[in-house]
Design a protein around this ligand. Structure first.
Ligand SMILES: NC(=O)c1ccc[n+]([C@@H]2O[C@H](COP(=O)([O-])OP(=O)(O)OC[C@H]3O[C@@H](n4cnc5c(N)ncnc54)[C@H](OP(=O)(O)O)[C@@H]3O)[C@@H](O)[C@H]2O)c1
Length: 298
């Protein structure tokens, strides 16, 4: 299969690349993977999207890892966030449908308001409380409308990796610079190591039914297993990295951000695990894996 991966410089795009290629960049997979960033395919420009697909051969699968992910900045840049997370997804879905190809699109726990005290399943009511969440939900909806078959939407949460900037890397940096830190303790979620999510996406692609059959479009949740607050997560990061930095719990009200954050977005990955016979790893064991990998990456 010819597989296009967007967002090649992002956490998830790079994690997929790491699994399907050797360190020298040789393809390890029986499939042909093409990785693109905004230089080749700019999702903020309708013209760039049409031009890219008009000037390339058909793909069998498109994995859309690109997104506008700056949650706070999205409050000011609503139009741009909407273009990338919603309108570009609409255009991609139209192209993928016309090519009779398949689309795997990544969405977020931020489509929920976080007021539930149990893990969210795919059928739970969505109610985003910030611009980022609203634009991602609009992207999901338009995709479902245009492609009632052959698309998969994976909602994930609290993604971190050895690449780019994320909570784990920020804590590792701050923990070395400071003796104590205040971290929010009343927001609960399911951290997700991008390599685990990348592996889960590749499980879908390897699945015989996925390759052979036309299937109805489905939403799946995928995150690491377990439940943790940012405060507990920070403490565990320091414990594993043997960093001596005291962490103090902070309430959301004491830490104002431009975008509101949902209080509790635990994700129930059961539907995905059963369908694809996949692993979801405990957040703590995945955190141990990244601490090893991070030493070798920028
Ligand atoms: N990070 C999280 O905590 C989190 C949580 C839940 C869901 N998700 C979802 O998971 C998916 C992957 O997220 P991630 O953590 O890998 O995000 P990321 O590291 O921020 O990567 C996003 C990628 O999208 C690219 N992008 C942004 N604007 C673009 C444009 N106009 N045209 C083309 N590419 C553009 C960025 O390119 P540049 O590198 O050039 O900026 C970046 O490489 C996204 O759909 C995100 O919404 C993420």
């Amino acid at each position: 299969m010819r597989i296009l991966v967007t967002g090649k410089n992002g956490q998830l795009g790079r994690s997929i690349y790491k699994i399907v290629n050797t360190a020298n960049g040789d393809n390890l997979s029986p499939n042909e993977f093409i990785f693109v960033g905004r230089e080749e395919l700019d999702l903020s420009s309708e013209g760039s999207i049409s031009h890219y697909f008009d000037s390339n051969d058909r793909f069998d699968v498109i994995i859309n890892c690109a997104a506008y992910t700056a949650v706070d900045k999205a409050e000011e840049e609503q139009e741009l966030a909407n273009q990338i997370n919603h309108l570009a997804v609409k255009q991609l879905a139209e192209i993928v449908k016309a090519q009779k190809a398949k689309l795997i699109h990544i969405s977020t726990d931020y489509v929920f308001d976080g007021e539930s005290n149990k893990s969210y399943t795919e059928t739970d009511k969505t109610n985003p409380i910030n611009v980022y969440g609203k634009t991602k939900l609009a992207g999901e909806r338009t995709l479902q409308e245009i492609m009632p078959t052959n698309a998969i939407i994976i909602r994930t949460s609290w993604v971190y990796s050895e690449y780019g900037s994320n909570f784990v890397k920020t804590m590792l940096r701050l923990g070395k610079e400071r003796n104590e830190l205040n971290v929010v303790s009343d927001q609960i979620g399911s951290p997700t190591y991008a390599t685990d999510l990348a592996g889960a996406i590749l499980e879908i692609i390897d699945n015989k039914d996925y390759q052979d059959k036309k299937q109805s479009t489905e939403i799946y949740h995928y995150s690491n297993a377990g439940k943790v607050s940012w405060y507990e997560f920070a403490k565990e990061i320091f414990k594993i990295a043997k960093i001596d930095c005291k962490v103090h719990p902070l309430m959301t009200e004491q830490y104002q951000t431009p975008a509101k954050r949902p209080k509790c977005t635990l994700m129930d990955s059961d539907k995905f695990v059963k369908k694809y016979n996949a692993n979801t790893y405990n957040w703590r064991s995945s955190l141990m894996k990244i601490q090893e990998n991070i030493k070798y990456e920028k």
